[in-house]
Ligand binder design. Structure first.
Ligand code: F6R
Ligand code: MG
Ligand code: MG
Length: 385
């Protein structure tokens, strides 16, 4: 048995340069300083600071376990300082996701998004971390289904006996705060019945049925549900473990060879095509998007991210690759098709989801102008036999 190692990715929108599109260097530097000091003190063993659009992402590898107070406090203090810096620089949306509340031991429910996975290290443990902007946690439902349950995506489900026993999906109902575990392939249709509604049912964890090996964890916070109103989007993060009896790296990335639609584009109010991008294109521009996702690949070894000879963590920018050009092109084409529809559904989200946006304020204004109508009585809408 290898050592117990935890991978934590904690993210927060602390403010952006020129609207809601990117995290500028001074804020990234604050992240690097805090995590660098925590590494020197021995709280964490490795880290990487990057951004997904306007979200500051703190990737930490350590031995403190999941939901650890010190790790969460480190992230919270980092976000607080970065938000203050953003305010001092008059950056846009400074402190957007740093809810005005005192730290209570866990950043969950305080604004930031969190995905964590404590694992027993295998002989070699490849990890992929995904981070997305202008979308919501359910954006991982479709790729996680393809990766762990769809034999047309993951060859290993068909040809590798280690995977043949299938995978268990924990699904969270974010509206009613309930969860259920469904096993694939046996309960695949039921799983799709739920997670096909990504705004409500969110895949939070995946395990391999054989041996209960943990293999995926996502962030599931819906900030608007916590705050009770629209306060930006819960741009999500996800950790996936790869290879040797789990889906191969290439099977984990295969769902992103095509774009697919996610909720949360512009003002958290629109469907948009997901665009997988390298870090250099992790900026949301056109109509505040299209929603983008980055993917980082690395190895964990002895509680750390494996490093090169100079001690730098070796991290691969997985979507910075022409293999995803087609998906990017599809996303750009799907984006213009949707935008041609303006504010008409299905470009705009359903009325139910729009309750958590600023639209109700507009509807409220019109409320008293509606008059009674007998139109239904005059029109023979119901056909009787
Ligand atoms: C923010 C986001 C953006 C904003 C939009 C309006 O995460 O998704 O699309 O909702 O730019 O922002 P405000 O209301 O701040 O001008
Ligand atoms: Mg923002
Ligand atoms: Mg964002």
């Amino acid at each position: 048995m290898g050592p117990r190692t935890t991978i934590s990715i904690i993210k927060c929108d602390v403010g952006s340069l020129a609207g809601h599109h990117t995290v500028p260097r001074p804020l990234l530097k604050i992240g690097e300083r805090h995590l660098g000091e925590a590494q020197k003190e021995g709280l964490i063993n490795s880290y990487s600071v990057f951004h997904a659009g306007d979200d500051l992402e703190l990737l930490m590898v350590h031995n403190q376990g999941e939901e650890n107070r010190e790790i969460h406090k480190l992230a919270w203090d980092t976000f607080k300082e970065a938000a203050n810096k953003a305010a001092a620089l008059k950056l846009y949306g400074a402190g957007q996701d740093v809810l005005k509340t005192a730290f209570s031991g866990n950043v969950r429910g305080m604004g930031p998004g969190v995905a964590e996975m404590e694992i027993t290290e295998r002989k070699s443990d490849p990890i992929v971390v995904f981070a997305a902007d202008k979308t919501e946690p359910g954006a991982f439902n479709y790729p996680l289904f393809r990766i762990f349950a769809d034999p047309t995506n993951t060859a290993g489900l068909v040809v590798d006996p280690e995977l043949a026993g299938g995978f268990e999906f924990e699904v969270l109902d974010v509206i009613e705060s309930k969860k259920v575990v469904l096993k694939c392939p046996e309960e695949m249709y039921d799983l799709i019945a739920l997670i096909g509604t990504p705004g409500r049912y969110v895949v939070s964890h995946v395990w391999r049925a054989k041996g209960g090996l943990k293999c995926a964890a996502t962030s599931t916070t819906r900030l608007s549900l916590i705050a009770g109103k629209y306060v930006g989007k819960d741009d999500p993060v996800c950790i996936v473990r790869a290879q040797h009896g789990l889906p191969a790296l290439g099977e984990i990335l295969a769902p992103f060879m095509h774009s697919y639609f996610v909720e949360g584009w512009m003002r958290g109010s629109h469907w948009g095509p997901l665009m997988p991008v390298g870090l250099k294109n992790s900026r949301c521009t056109a109509f505040d998007g299209p929603p983008r996702m980055v993917a980082l690949g690395f190895q964990v070894a002895d509680g750390k991210i494996s490093c090169d000879d100079d001690g730098n963590p070796m991290i691969s920018d997985l979507f910075d690759d022409p293999a995803f050009d087609l998906a990017r092109r599809e996303a750009a084409e799907m984006a213009v098709t949707l935008r041609r529809m303006g504010e008409f559904e299905p470009a705009r989200l359903s009325a139910e989801t729009m309750e958590y946006t600023t639209l109700p304020k507009i509807l409220e204004k019109l409320k008293n102008r509606f008059e009674g109508s007998d139109i239904e009585a005059k029109m023979p809408l119901r056909v009787t036999q």
